[in-house]
Write a protein that binds this ligand. Structure first.
Ligand code: FES
Ligand code: FES
Length: 151
């Protein structure tokens, strides 16, 4: 199988990989880099469980080819905490009971982080828009919105 050599920045570190033409970014992250915090729900761009930040934008990693990561800067949920210190969003999600089964949480965190990096004081509407592509079956969204507001 034909492979391409790519290099990119992953959670602040320069990394390299050999990827196949059809390989998806979500699989590269989970299988080659063991970053299994990024979840696969639907696999077709509808649930947001696989959201990562790529070049400052929240993207569904199930819809991106691994080869497209070449030269990019990627942050996954594993890149949020600093050692033992949780990221303010992670703390706020816990404090507000915004994590129930937790399956949507990594994607919610990454969509919220992309929003806060661009707009540190979003309105409720802006938060709703930012997480519109992230489905949660458990929380009814209120706790998540409150958590992002406070963070
Ligand atoms: S797994 Fe990517 S959007 Fe659902
Ligand atoms: S906490 Fe279960 S899907 Fe959101």
């Amino acid at each position: 199988m034909k492979t391409t050599h790519i290099s990119f920045k992953l959670n602040g570190k320069n990394v390299e990989a050999d990827v196949t033409t059809a390989q998806r970014l979500i699989d590269l992250l989970r299988e080659e880099f063991d970053l299994t915090g990024t979840k696969e729900g639907c696999g077709v761009g509808e649930c947001g469980a696989c959201t990562i930040i790529m070049n400052k934008r929240a993207v569904n990693s199930c819809l991106v080819l691994a080869a497209q990561a070449d030269g990019s800067e990627i942050t996954t949920v594993e890149g949020l905490a600093k050692g033992e210190n949780l990221h303010p969003l992670q703390k706020s999600f816990i404090e507000h009971g915004a994590v129930q089964c937790g399956f949507c949480t990594p994607g919610m965190l990454m969509s919220s982080e992309a929003l806060l990096q661009e707009n540190p004081h979003p309105t409720e509407e802006e938060i709703k828009d930012a997480i519109a592509g992230n489905l949660c079956r458990c929380t009814g969204y209120k706790q998540i919105i409150d958590a992002v507001k406070e963070a």
